[in-house]
Design a protein around this ligand. Sequence first.
Ligand code: GDP
Length: 295
Amino acid sequence: MFDALAERLESAWKTLRGQDKITENNIQEALREVRRALLEADVNLQVAKDFIENVRQRAIGAEVIAGVRPDQQFIKIVYDALVEVMGESHSPLAHVEPPPTIILMAGLQGTGKTTATAKLALHLRKEGRSTLLVATDVYRPAAIDQLMTLGKQIGVPVFEMGTEVSPVEIARQGVAKAKELGVDTVIIDTAGRLQIDAEMMAELAAIKEGVQPHETLLVVDAMTGQEAANLTRAFHEQVGITGAILTKLDGDTRGGAALSVRQVSGQPIKFIGVGEKVEALQPFYPDRLASRILG
Ligand code: GDP
């Protein structure tokens, strides 16, 4: 397990060897290696620093267990801390009675938000939950078309009102429609911008205020790397999220964005996107990603 990290710690662990306690002095080098590994995995610098501090505190004073190599013990401490920071188990989606459960999708343009909306609907259907998708991106007719196409593809109805009605109104009417149809969950896709801007945040906040969703999911492109932390902070402070979906983990990123998202917002990553197809959505398991981040 963690061959890459173990290899990195090769020289560091010489200082751990023969010790009966892990001390400040003998883990300096090892901590530096972990920090390097995190940065290479695209974890935000500040997030990595905070994490290292957490590990330092756990490690110092730990008794070296007889028969366990101290470097292996140290790796276990790092791994456990990472899993814990990312949330110990898979966090399920809200499911309320009476229906509908309302899910608001947020995120920058191009992150995979619209695709994730359809993926989520398909996932819920497999759990026996019916959905209605709502298209509120009135700035890009192509985005509405995209959602309609995806809806058709997976056999899920899409509610839209064109581009002349305000997104808040479309969202409200979408929820009313969901009640009328008796569907279990309504998922509201929203407009994204290429960068965070005040107008987008205000609009999202207004939609949130208007429909009082049970989940506000931030869609984050795992390739965003270091920026994932700032992005999450902005959305969490200005809109408030209850979880995230990390997309494009089928790419070659090691997924450090997950740690940033979790540490900055305190909210769990609920799903990961692992491809362009609508089936390519998986529940997020912190232990699997911890292994990937540590290499
Ligand atoms: P939006 O602007 O945030 O709604 O983004 P889209 O849903 O339109 O997705 C942007 C692009 O990313 C499209 O080409 C998608 O096929 C692609 N995409 C979305 N999710 C994933 C994923 O998990 N993996 C990969 N490789 N591509 C994805």
